[in-house]
Design a protein around this ligand. Sequence first.
Ligand code: ATP
Ligand code: MG
Length: 455
Amino acid sequence: MRKAVATPRYDVPVGTLEGRVTGLSGLSVSLSGLQDFTGIGDRISILGLDGRETDAEIVAFRNNTAIAMPFGALEGIGSGCRATFPLFEPEQRRLLAGGTLRVNDTWKGRVIDPMGRPLDGKGPLAPDGTPQKLHAPPPDAALRARLGPRIDMGVRTLNLFATCRQGQRLGLFAGSGVGKSTLMGMLARNTDCDVAVIALVGERGREVREFVEDDLGPEGLAKSVVVVATSDTSPLMRREAAYAAMAAAEHFRDQGLSVLLLMDSVTRFCHALREIGLSSGEPPATRGYPPSVFAELPRLLERAGPGPIAADGRAGQITAMFSVLVEGDDHNEPVADAVRGILDGHVVMERRIAESGRYPAINVLRSLSRTVPGCNSPEENALTREARACLATWEDMQDMVRLGAYRQGNDPKVDEAIRVAPAIEQVLRQSREEKATLASSFEALRTALSTSAPA
Ligand SMILES: Nc1ncnc2c1ncn2[C@@H]1O[C@H](COP(=O)(O)OP(=O)(O)OP(=O)(O)O)[C@@H](O)[C@H]1O
Ligand SMILES: [Mg+2]
């Protein structure tokens, strides 16, 4: 008979410390009485004049006062309001620092907020599981597994031209309205993974239901955890959405599973960090972003990827896709730049392609996965190389060809591109309902390249 073992409760405080609100400015609250016992990242609770309790986080110390930012609205908080800080034993405190979430397997199929509260009206989540740290460090580099086998993403363009391995991290660079959400929905439904964790950071409220119901659908939702903080929530909530999603992904990774993490968008996560940094008194540096943004960003992104190797030699993997908003085609914007340097590949979606009606609007020539040569067979590498070369020639020459300025026979490479490019373009098209396996993707490309060859 199995003995019931109770999960130890780390989150029961041994006492409570009290402080007072001494001032409010912008998004932050100054507090007296807590400065000697709290540290950056500690969570406190403020009792508003209207009796509402608001959670807040210590973000700075100035002139012997602690500065906190609330997770909710500041309304109802005034000078003199009571703030409480739960006191823990040092060991408990270490475990709880920066906040924790009790993630468990019942989170699959649910839409939740960054505090682990349901947003889907399906009732409360079971409070089971060991506390998962929201701000956990990435696994130790020396103990981390290597990238896993090739992962089937179910999307032809990605399978062919940005082939990924389990544990790889990709950036998805796109402007607004070019099909990010649709692509993320397709990935969540079609990728060969055990669980998908999706973070929607700073989306408009209306889009969340649209994403869950239309892009994800019941089939996608069943194997997904969706963490949402809409644009109207406080910057702390938006930042926390990214961390909560990462903590959920780590929970499943630590069970040895293959997890797909989709984050839309890292840019809005950085906007939240910027608001937090500026209102805690940091100076703006690069295009208004304070330096802490570029210190914190790699700490988040590095957590995705292969997990630590377990005693049985196996390791879970977090394969991740982080979307980056590039407005007005400015791919050198500081967040895009920082993300590109950290990740193992990038996928670029372009408005020009979406406008021409080809979806997913991925520019193959500008997209790249750094692990490709090692994960495909030599024949597959040759196929994609040939297709890329044709597409590049076609891109250079299409205006000339359309204007009639090119005479057939002048250059065999151009002649081949003229024959083959339309067939490759056809392979790149994929409706949102269609699923394409790795094998069928390569088969389609093989056919496109050979049937179009001269008889
Ligand atoms: N695979 C596809 N097949 C057909 N149409 C598509 C496909 N992907 C995207 N679209 C079209 O593009 C439109 C915008 O897509 P989507 O909402 O996914 O873009 P987005 O980049 O998430 O936009 P936003 O920046 O507003 O969030 C969709 O309404 C749809 O008409
Ligand atoms: Mg969208």
